[in-house]
Design a protein around this ligand. Structure first.
Ligand code: AMP
Ligand code: TRP
Length: 344
């Protein structure tokens, strides 16, 4: 059976970009068709300036929202990264396979590091090595497919490269994974700046739809989306990024096709209105279920505890095999083989 692994960082409240770019597929496809593991990757939230209490709160909230969105613990494994030691254990080995040049070429590192330096801050070493930890997340589970938005494809490519390199040097240990981005909405754009990604840690709230935004807030944000000065509704990502973004959001919410949908509209106003309502309807059941789950935090904790146990059992043998393959001496188990013939 195909093994699927993916994750979400608790660095901010989950957005419509997270939902359409990743979570929707986890819920609708992956958990039904594959042996799927989904992870709140809290160690990754420590790569930038962070507040410990906020990371804890956002980790719990992300897990609760993933359940509210429809992940079913009977069908998939949901857990928190730091509850499973194998991620950090394997990450170090992969640091011994990756090169610093490879790390410095990562687009997300270059962008985030430049932003941090421009603010006069310092860049944590973990921001540079983050893609190695992500590769460890993926490779520890012998993952075949990684459903992610297209901002993560370079990181998944790195995981592939490291798997191939490790296998060549030390013997076959890892499955070589591949990214599986969604067909539409691979990159949901900021409604106020349709040339940049709708990212949850960005500061510009009005351009970001959060999964827990009230319906009226969603409507306001979508109705105020920046479009261009053209009048016709055409689907052209390059020339009309704002309108294309709305068409993709509408298509991803309603199961349609952005190109076809463009023909159904003669004004931006009507397109915005339908998009707003489609998003409100998409989020309604998620928000209802989220409210119910918040009233039962013990249930979420149980799910995460069971999930971590299952995840550990899957990751352990692969990570142990990597430790042996790379040349580390296995620790004595404490259970000795009986000595049959002491003289030999
Ligand atoms: P992150 O918020 O960076 O932890 O991302 C979690 C998942 O959501 C990853 O698979 C991302 O590729 C995906 N994702 C995040 N933002 C967007 C976006 N604006 N459009 C599409 N996918 C996204
Ligand atoms: N880096 C991913 C992001 O920012 C999150 C992530 C961490 C991830 N580890 C992963 C996604 C493993 C898929 C598989 O979105």
């Amino acid at each position: 059976m195909t093994r699927v692994f993916s994750g979400v960082k608790p660095t901010g409240h989950l957005t419509l970009g997270n939902y359409l770019g990743a979570i929707q597929r986890w819920v609708d496809v992956d958990q039904h068709q594959a042996d799927a593991l989904f992870c709140v990757v809290d160690l990754h939230a420590l790569t930038v300036d962070h507040d410990p209490a906020r990371v804890r709160r956002l980790s719990r909230q992300a897990a609760t929202l993933l359940l509210a969105a429809g992940l079913d613990p009977e069908r998939c494994t949901l857990f928190v990264q730091s509850h499973v030691d194998e991620h950090a254990r394997l990450s170090y080995l992969l640091e011994c396979v990756a090169t610093d040049g490879e790390m410095r070429r990562m687009i997300q590192y270059k962008e985030k590091a430049a932003r941090e330096r421009a603010r006069g801050g310092s860049v944590r070493l973990s921001l540079l090595t983050y893609p190695v930890l992500m590769a460890a997340d993926i490779l520890a589970y012998a993952t075949d497919e990684v459903p992610v938005g297209d901002d993560q494809t370079q990181h998944v490519e790195l995981a592939r490269d490291l798997a191939v390199r490790f296998n060549q040097r030390y013997g076959h240990t890892f499955v070589v994974p591949r990214a599986t981005p969604p067909k539409i909405a691979t990159r949901v754009m900021n409604l106020q700046d349709p040339t940049s990604k709708m990212g949850k840690s960005d500061d510009s709230g009005p351009g970001i739809v959060y999964l827990l935004d009230e319906p009226d807030v969603v409507r306001k944000k979508v109705m105020r989306a920046v479009t261009d000065s053209g009048a016709e509704v055409v689907y052209d990502r390059e020339a009309r990024p704002g309108v294309a973004n709305l068409l993709e959001i509408l298509a991803a919410c309603s199961g349609g096709d952005p190109e076809e949908l463009s023909g159904a509209y003669t004004s931006y106003g009507a397109l915005k209105k339908d998009t707003a309502e489609a998003v409100v309807e998409l989020l309604r059941p998620v928000q209802e279920r989220h409210r119910e789950l918040c009233a039962d935090p013990a249930h979420v904790e149980d799910v995460l505890r069971d999930g971590a146990e299952r995840a550990r059992a899957v990751a352990r043998p692969t990570v142990d095999a990597a430790y042996r393959a790379i040349g580390l001496l296995p620790a004595a188990s404490g259970v000795r083989e009986p000595v049959v013939n002491a003289a030999r």
